[in-house]
Design a protein around this ligand. Structure first.
Ligand SMILES: Cc1ncc(COP(=O)(O)O)c(C=O)c1O
Length: 289
């Protein structure tokens, strides 16, 4: 039997329901996180919960639990569901109230939900790389908030999927921002370049792990805006996310990148990333490199 966390209680997942007037359901008025589990251990959980608090604060929601309480509840949920490899999904909304754009006043409690999903590592894609398309970034100007409102991201991902691609790389005019559910990196003259973490992108937890790995292993790295032209000329391109890890991009809009195979710096970072996972979560059975 699967269990879910609903407002602090672990209950049967089939019984975890919210009201039709929950503001997450009606307005997408909430924020979320996805935390990766390797070998039954949460990877970078502190960083995810810090961002969860920040996203909630960004839209004026005060979480009903401390970070420590959340960590303990998520671990209890993970144990209940015996999750060894997969994700914990969690979201908080502004709660249930008569439908009104204006925030409810009084004692409306936020709704906090979490559940687990079994997901294996995408080893085949990590080895061979994935294809992407380009699409204009039509999203709002607070992409740093991990909001439940994902329509812009969904439309971009659907367009990629319809063209047989894994990801849609978004750009505002000539500036590349991020993927529909990932951060984007290029390698230019041996330097790793990725968009600075501002209001135009999500400050990815995996992105930050990769930046640290570069800095600690003498891989030149820059956080700055790069253009479509730089993307087009890149020696290597890769994307990052909690579930996609360090994922080579080998083709964009039908044009091959680095001869259509994963490049050397991408592979080096995949190796360093796996070592970091092993440091926090124990030895991995299957590896990319
Ligand atoms: C829009 C967007 N950017 C970046 C990321 C990567 O963030 P993280 O590495 O924290 O998963 C995600 C993850 O889902 C995302 O949805």
């Amino acid at each position: 039997m699967e269990f879910a966390l609903l407002n602090g209680s672990i209950i049967k997942r089939s019984e975890a329901k919210v009201d039709v007037e929950d503001r997450g359901y009606q307005f997408g008025d909430g924020v979320y996180e996805v935390i990766r589990i390797y070998n039954g251990k949460m990877f970078t959980v502190a960083e995810h919960l810090k961002r969860f608090v920040k996203s909630a604060e960004g839209i004026g929601i005060t979480l009903p639990f401390t970070t420590l309480q959340l960590t303990e509840m998520l671990e209890e949920l993970r144990i209940k569901n015996n999750l060894q490899t997969g994700n914990i999904y969690m979201q908080v909304t502004r709660g249930t109230a008569p439908r009104n754009h204006v925030f409810p006043t009084g004692d409306v409690a936020p709704t906090l939900v979490a559940y687990t999903i079994k997901v294996v590592r995408p080893l085949e894609n990590l080895k061979s790389g994935v294809k992407a398309i380009l699409t204009e970034d039509i999203r709002w100007l607070r992409c740093d908030i991990k909001s439940l409102n994902l329509l812009g991201n969904l439309l971009a991902k659907q367009k990629a999927s319809e063209q047989g691609c894994f990801e849609a790389i978004q750009h505002r005019g000539q500036d590349v921002t991020e993927g529909s559910s990932s951060n984007i990196f290029i390698v230019k003259n041996g330097t790793v370049i990725t968009h600075e973490s501002n209001h135009l992108i999500l400050k990815g937890i995996t992105k930050d792990v990769i930046l640290d790995l570069c800095n600690n292993n003498d891989i030149p790295v820059q956080e700055r805006t790069f253009s479509l032209a730089e993307l087009d000329e890149a020696e290597e391109v890769f994307l990052s996310s909690t579930t996609a890890e360090v994922m080579p991009v080998i083709e964009i809009n039908g044009k091959k990148i680095s001869a259509g195979v994963s490049g050397p710096i991408t592979q080096k970072l995949q190796n360093l990333f796996e070592k970091e996972v092993e440091k926090q979560c124990g030895l991995l059975v299957d590896k990319v490199i």
